[in-house]
Write a protein that binds this ligand. Structure first.
Ligand code: SD4
Length: 335
């Protein structure tokens, strides 16, 4: 038996043992490893999203999902809450700027028909996720960047926003003064972890996902992370499932992270196993893991979910008809 198969075998064995101890209400979620259960819907609708701010975002998404709304509207409206949150330093209007003081936003969205839209390096627009959706709905393209994305947003009448906001500008000026070396070569840091990725499955079995960020604080001008890249920061295949990523985008892009997670689910791995294997792959591909935090979130088409990160500390928000929760993801190592 290969190492991987042995591990999977032990996990399934353990899940079986736990199953006999749990109440039936918890059973559906724990049974996710069994291929028997995979054949039926475990729970719909369901929405999951990265980090603490996912709770408020999920609550907004839920307003769509509970009224038989579609998952695409749910994820767009959900992450818009985070984009508008002025206290969030990694998403939307309250985001931190690049090295030169420009806030450049990245976002993408994808639906159950594999339609997708994205914007990168977008400046001065409050809701990049809605611009990404407009690219998807109204053009033949998938991604618009920089000035072209901004002109497109203005043409379509999207709300402008002044960025960086006052507090953020003050922080940036202080950083610039104190970090002469980093000014040449910006470093990712622990505060850089608030991107929102959201995955939703609606009552009609349709999956969608959204991802939006201001990216790596004090990044080099022009830098684009994983978040707006379909297959890296987000991927949805309604036949299988959906995944999104948070953390150091360069590492996620190197393994086409979210696509990898979905393809692993296609091979039969559970969402949890798929996230763990994608994190493993990132670890294998990087000799120096210092500060390299990446977290994956996955949802399959039956409503089973999973999450895993390189370092301790990644959490995600979950909302179903029965549950509203903030859950600590598994991790490979401590900081
Ligand atoms: C990026 N992945 O731009 C984003 C940053 C992030 O949680 O996710 N932070 O690389």
């Amino acid at each position: 038996m290969s190492d991987l198969k042995r591990r999977t075998f032990f996990k399934l064995g353990l899940a079986g043992a736990i199953m006999s101890l749990v109440k039936p209400s918890n059973a559906a979620e724990l049974l996710e490893s069994s291929s028997e259960t995979k054949k039926r819907l475990v729970q719909t609708p369901i929405v999951i999203s990265t980090w603490n701010h996912g709770l408020a975002a999920n609550a907004e998404a839920w307003k769509e999902l509970e009224n038989n709304g579609n998952s695409l509207d749910a994820v767009e409206k959900g992450v818009m809450v985070t984009e508008a949150d002025l206290t969030n330093r990694s998403v939307g209007v309250g985001g931190r700027p690049d090295r030169d003081g420009h806030v450049t936003l990245d976002a993408c969205i994808m639906d159950h028909k594999s339609r997708c839209g994205a914007v990168a390096c977008l400046e001065g627009i409050a809701h990049p996720i809605s611009v990404a959706r407009e690219v998807m709905d109204s053009t033949q393209h998938v991604m618009l960047v920089g000035e072209g994305a901004r002109e497109f947003a203005l043409d379509y009448g999207f709300e402008k926003a002044k960025m960086p906001i006052k507090e953020v500008k003050k922080d940036w000026k202080k950083w610039k003064k104190e970090n002469k070396e980093a000014f040449e070569k910006p470093e990712i840091n622990h505060e850089n972890h608030d991107t929102i990725g959201m995955l939703a499955l609606d009552a009609n079995g349709k999956l969608s996902g959204a991802c939006t960020t201001s990216g790596w604080a004090y990044k080099l001008p022009g830098r684009v992370g994983d978040s707006p890249i379909i297959g890296a920061g987000l991927f949805v295949d309604n036949e299988i499932g959906a995944a999104c990523a948070t953390g150091m985008g360069e590492a996620v892009i190197r393994i086409a992270g979210s696509h990898t997670v979905v393809e692993l689910m296609r091979q039969g791995y559970t969402p949890q196993q798929a996230c763990e294997m994608a994190v493993d792959r990132i670890i294998q591909k990087h000799e120096d893991l210092t500060g390299l935090q990446v977290g994956f979130l996955a949802l399959d088409k039956y409503g089973n979910y999973g999450a895993y990160s390189v370092y301790e500390g990644f959490n995600f928000a979950l909302k179903t008809a029965r549950k509203e929760d903030l859950i600590d993801a598994g991790f490979n190592r401590k900081w």
